[in-house]
Every structure is written in C-alpha cells, then in structure tokens.
Design a protein around this ligand. Structure first.
Ligand SMILES: [Zn+2]
Length: 79
C-alpha cells in the first residue's frame, strides 16, 4: 500500500511539474528594435549592388547606394 501511495504522489508531482513548465514557458519575444540582419535589402538602380534599405537613398521608388548614383540615376531618368 505504501508503494501505491508513493507512485500516486509521484504522478501528482509529475503532472503539477508538467503544468508548471507549460504555463511558465517563456513566450517568443519580438524585439522592438529592428535587427540589422532583418533589414530589407534593396538594389542600387545604377550599379546593381545590394545594400540594406536603411543605408540606401531613394528617389521616385528607385534605390541607390550613394548620392552619386542617385544623381546619375536622376539624370538618366530625365532624358
Ligand atoms: Zn550604386
């Protein structure tokens, strides 16, 4: 009878532990600050190099890697 009670309590404790683990499992956190590696990549219209969009210059829905290429792209776009 003692063994049965011991197994009973082990089962209760195991179940309680499982439930505790289940409810205290850390939720997947989404950092507010954008990750550098998660930045969208854009392509320079002038030279075709791929750069993070935060470092790119935009003009009329086109992206450029530098001010010089932006100027070149604007001149070639005018015609
Ligand atoms: Zn470029």
């Amino acid at each position: 009878m003692g063994l049965f009670r011991l197994l009973f309590w082990i089962a209760i404790i195991a179940a309680a532990f499982w439930l505790w683990r289940r409810f205290t499992r850390p939720a997947p956190r989404r950092p507010q600050a954008p990750d550098e590696s998660a930045q969208p990549i854009v392509r320079c219209e002038q030279c075709g190099v791929h750069i993070p969009r935060v470092h790119a210059l935009s003009l009329d829905q086109h992206w450029y890697c530098s001010q010089a290429h932006l100027e070149q792209g604007r001149k070639s776009g005018e015609r």
